[in-house]
Design a protein around this ligand. Structure first.
Ligand code: HEM
Length: 164
């Protein structure tokens, strides 16, 4: 649900990319990966909402001069990783044609999301049909009026009013 909101918001904010997707459904796979990668629905929201995968340190470890003691809880932020300029060219740019997109939105390693294939199928079905079915889709309220949930670790919008 959050990813659908994020994608709709991004495509409403960028009619050029929305039209490109409507014109070429072959882009939908890459578009969905970019929607999954793109860090936040709203500018600045990632800083306000603490997002993280929880892990406990098994041993004392040193990360960039900070010691994390064994047993301490660590929140790993995949959104930060998804904007790593050493991995992603122009990471702050939303680009549905991005080809190299090894984002960490479904996690990594032993606990990689087993629902990822299903989520991808659902998102691809939706974002293939939506721009074609509603080519004039747009926000029904100014973007400044949108609010993010603060009671969930992965955030999300409280609502996303649209019109067409
Ligand atoms: C866009 C949708 C989804 C996103 C962004 C997402 C994201 C994630 C992430 C980041 C993890 C790893 C958590 C960690 O490492 O601590 C995870 C784990 C998991 N996800 Fe998803 N997920 C999505 C959809 C789904 C769906 C549709 C299902 C089931 C049908 C599902 C079932 C699970 C399960 C069972 C785990 C735990 C795996 C484990 O701990 O070994 N997810 N998900």
């Amino acid at each position: 649900m959050n990813v659908i909101d994020r994608g709709v918001l991004r495509l409403c904010a960028d009619p050029g990319q929305r039209s490109a997707l409507a014109a070429d459904s072959g882009l939908v796979g890459r578009a969905v990966e970019e929607i999954l990668r793109f860090p936040t629905a709203l500018p600045g929201a990632s800083a306000a909402v603490p997002v993280g995968l929880t892990r406990y340190a098994h041993a004392d470890i040193d990360v960039s001069g900070v010691t994390i003691a064994a047993g301490e809880l660590v929140l790993l932020n995949p959104r930060a990783a998804n904007c790593d300029p050493e991995v992603f060219a122009d990471p702050e740019q939303f680009d549905i044609a991005r080809t190299d997109n090894p984002h960490l939105t479904f996690g990594h390693g032993a606990h990689f999301c087993p629902g990822a294939p299903l989520a991808r199928i659902e998102l691809q079905a939706l974002f293939e049909m939506l721009p074609a079915r509603f080519p004039t889709l747009r926000l029904a309220v100014p973007v400044e009026e949108l609010r993010t949930k603060t009671n969930l670790i992965f955030g999300g919008l409280t609502e996303l009013p649209v019109t067409w």
